[in-house]
Design a protein around this ligand. Sequence first.
Ligand SMILES: [Zn+2]
Ligand SMILES: [Zn+2]
Length: 411
Amino acid sequence: MSIKAPKGTKDILPSEINDWYKIENAAKEVFEKANFKEIRTPIFEDTCLFERGVGDTTDIVNKEMYTFIKSDRSLTLRPENTAGVVRAYLEHNFYRESPPVKFWYKGPMFRYERPQAGRQRQFHQVGIEMFGIQDASADAECIMLAVEFLNKLGLNDLIVEINSLGCPKCRQEYKDRLKKAIAPFLDGLCEDCKNRFEKNPLRILDCKNEECNRLFEKYNLKNTVSSIKLCAECDDHYKKLKKYLDILNVKYEENTFLVRGLDYYTKTVFEIKSNNLGSQNAVCGGGRYDGLVETLGGPHTPAVGWAMGMERLNSLIPNSETSKIDFFIVSDNQPEAVKLTYKLRNKGFSAEFDYNTRKFAKQLEKASKIARFAVILGEDEINNNYFTVKNLIDSQQTKMSFDELCELAKS
Ligand SMILES: [Zn+2]
Ligand SMILES: [Zn+2]
């Protein structure tokens, strides 16, 4: 039996690669304009980094990590990249630099989930992280860059949802209020929610379980607990964020029940949804995580960032065409064809010849599939030092010199 790619993984084929380049190039362009630098961290890290950094009450850490033991060390394939970036930030003493320190990343992440449409076990994320700035202008810049990046990819019909989860101080009061409201029907909730009740009751609002949601409705949970009462500092930060977004012309909606799936967020959280292709899709999620650097052993460092799933982005943008090479050399004189191919490549063009020296008709057929121009190099051309060039888009055929050939491909 032939071996297939593991469940939940996918080959990215040459016919799809231009879509990936499109996303990666847009990321590089938009982020570097704002002085974010790319960082590439390892695909696996010490397991405890994620237990501490992502949070041991999250589904990611509890159920979805690919963990393995090697030489008595527990290692885990990264399920997300913020923890790894923070680890690198500390390991290389970036906190000693004058803030902000800004990174962007792209790459594969791994979560053991039930594969379903648009969800893979190896998937890719692109994201940004900004360290060292407490002011809400940093949150606004991150949100703005997400919008700019999505716009660059042709996604314009966006909904930006924002919320503030406050700091540990003002969140405690909210947690208590939430627990009080949930306690009467806690027994009916799913196992996950029961676990979250003590450790992280906020996450209960995020539960996707149908029965849980039915109970929330029945007990009118969202209205009973209303929203978090922010302390003066958090309230000021949230107001500033909204002001900055107004200045930047970023339209947003406030969603007081937006809590996000990770434990580490403080103050700002946000999500961006796209209406492209009819249905509404969440394409970006992020927020501020002022406690994470300290949790991972560093000095107190405010930080904010977001991540986007690249497969999701890919499904929302129109497919690019497979790129064609500049020249295909059609000839029955192999040594001359090889010579011309390398001469063109040395000039910076992409070129190929027929390795099997098949009949001209076969070679032209191949050329029309993979190249922009066919260069016909027959006996007459070789003896009289010219080329017959066929434009494979409009089928026009012209005789020309080598220099003219080069000029043609540049146009
Ligand atoms: Zn607060
Ligand atoms: Zn639940």
